[in-house]
Ligand binder design. Sequence first.
Ligand SMILES: [Zn+2]
Length: 255
Amino acid sequence: MNCQRTQELIHGYVDGELDLVRNLAVEQHMEDCRACARVFSNQTTLTSMLRSDSLYHDAPDRLKKRIQSSLRKEVKSEMRPRAFGWRWAAIGATAALILLIALTVWNFVPRSTVPAGDELLAQEIVTDHVRSLQLPGHLVDVLSSDQHTVKPWFDGKVDFAPSVKDFADQNFHLYGGRLEYLNNRGVAALVYQRRLHYINLYIWPSGQAGSTAEVTTQRQGYNLIHWTSSGMNYWAISDLNSVELHEFARLIQQE
Ligand SMILES: [Zn+2]
């Protein structure tokens, strides 16, 4: 089994949904493949984060009462004589069901205090960046300043071909690459070095043609810049100052 197939199955593996044969195949592949083993450990971390209490909210009493009273009305209307009509009963039941779904969604969708969309992704990227620098040997799976070594390393590990370039002339030295699991998918992480600072550049397909302008944010002392171009998402993160990180982002976009 190759890396791409393994990663397709890792979701199911984490959730215990695979049959015995596939389960074994995934385990065997991960024993020999550090990159996929890490995709697995990232996925496990993410899953346990999403299950944590911080994302769970009780429905407010107001909403509970509204649903209960709506259900009571529904029961009363069904107890009325036939003249009321089955059609109205069906409409009432549908409305009650919609309210129940609303209650469920209310419980599971994070609100206000919990970041959504890009916010959540930015948090995921900060966590990944910090972890890549903290753990020994975690920063790169392929250590090379040669773009012709790093680019082909991703073949079969991700379902797209990230463009890889060294910018040593501009003092952004290609340091290597690794496989990561972000935004619920395998992504390519390229690592660049500027003096003593490391930059992680995450790349994956955006699913949409065209480009969007750079968006800059700051989080936990790190600078983050993200943009899309030619159908790919790019997130750059570093403790480098924002002027130089912008310089880096421009170089990547000029490719
Ligand atoms: Zn693999």
